[in-house]
Design a protein around this ligand. Structure first.
Ligand code: PLP
Length: 378
């Protein structure tokens, strides 16, 4: 027998395995609806203009040195502010331990290792269903996992009662993995009132939340609104952990840019925790990659680029009324001035009360209509 004859073929990853099948298909009709990566109208990857500009600004700079184990200081500081809110008391009081991470996956992995070492005996409770890699990550760190009820097929919504029952039944001090916004794969998020109830229920049981935030800015178009779940928990006095990814919201997938932070009780505890996060990272990958972190830092530190980024992530308004309203018309909520601008600048005509006759919208003009509406409302 050969040396590795006893090594079985590993099962294919349920998401990335689909890309392999897609690439092997030679049909011109093929579509890849498996992997979560934004594409333009021609199916090509999207690079944001703000990121291109950031690239221009760092081009040619002498920046090939190693980063420290914990990553780029300014990047971490910007990331933490983006999540918790600028000037949040936990930041001002130095209660936040944070390290740069290898995107959202790496943040989860380092946290799972930290949990294994410093939250001994705790399980991680993972929503049913969830992003499939969550199971592998905590399994490889040697942390036991259990599921909590999340999605209710009958209502295609949140199993709120089931979730609260599972929170109440879990052993005190359990770790609960929560998707901060834009739950993957269901797209079902708790309402603000439900988040408050979940926070209160978890506080009562002394549970510790790990927020996985892979889509900040992409749920509502507003980074602050998308972080509201985390801020609700902070306001309730929770200590918590957070994994941030810039894969989707800055289109930096392959650059592996993310951040892991843990909010502790005191500056002393935060410093100790942060030193342990570095101790986990050092033998695992030594130090994180530099290029993507520099790009994010440029975008977040520069007022203009940051504004451009917000704009590029899409409308900050909610448009669910367009699909919620019934009948032939969509009462858009646009003002008379916005309607005037649509006519003057975009050759699009409707009544000045903002009423859109949906009968005039077709597959060929809907994109231009959406872009024009975004232009006059943002
Ligand atoms: N967490 C969730 C919920 C996700 O949906 C994803 C990506 O699909 C990730 C984490 C990790 O992505 P990345 O490691 O590319 O940041």
């Amino acid at each position: 027998a050969t040396l590795f004859a006893g090594v079985p073929e590993a099962p294919k990853d349920p998401i990335l395995g689909i890309t392999e099948k897609f690439l092997a298909d030679s049909s011109p009709m093929k579509m890849n609806l498996g992997v979560g990566a934004y594409r333009d109208d021609n199916g090509q990857p999207v690079v944001l203009d703000c990121v291109r500009e950031a690239e221009r600004r760092i081009a040619g700079k002498a920046f090939m040195e190693y980063l420290p184990i914990g990553g780029l200081r300014d990047f971490i500081s910007e990331s933490v502010q983006l999540a918790y809110g600028e000037g949040h008391p936990v930041i001002a009081d130095k209660q936040v331990a944070a390290v740069q991470a290898l995107s959202g996956t790496g943040a989860c992995r380092v946290f799972a290792e930290f949990q294994k070492r410093y939250m001994p005996g705790t399980k991680v409770y993972i929503p049913a269903p969830t992003w499939s890699n969550h199971f592998n990550i905590w399994r490889d760190a040697g942390v036991e996992f259990a599921k909590y009820r999340y999605y209710q097929p009958a209502s295609r919504g949140l199993d709120f009662e089931g979730l609260l029952e599972d929170v109440a039944a879990a052993p005190r001090g359990s770790v609960f993995l929560l998707h901060a916004c834009a739950h993957n794969p269901t797209g079902v998020d708790p309402t603000p009132a439900q988040w408050r109830a979940i926070s209160a229920a978890m506080k009562e049981r002394g549970h510790f939340p790990y927020f996985d935030m892979a889509y900040q800015g992409f749920a509502s178009g507003d980074c602050d609104r998308d972080a509201a779940s985390i801020r609700t928990f902070l306001a309730d006095g929770h200590r918590l952990a957070l994994g941030q990814s810039y894969a989707k919201n800055m289109g930096l997938y392959g650059q592996r840019v993310g951040c892991l932070s843990i909010v502790a009780d005191s500056a002393r505890d935060a410093a100790a925790v942060e030193s342990q996060l570095r101790a986990v990272a050092r033998p695992m990958y030594s130090s994180p990659p530099l290029h993507g972190a520099l790009l994010v830092t440029k975008v977040l530190q520069d007022k203009e680029l940051k504004a451009q980024w917000y704009k590029e992530t899409g409308s900050q308004l909610t448009w669910n009324h367009v699909t919620d309203q019934i009948g032939m018309f969509a009462y858009s909520g646009m003002s008379g001035e916005m309607v005037d601008a649509l006519a003057a600048q975009h050759h699009i005509y409707m009544t000045r009360d903002g009423r859109i006759s949906m009968a005039g919208v077709n597959s060929r003009n809907v994109d231009r209509l959406a872009q024009a509406i975004h232009a006059v409302t943002s």
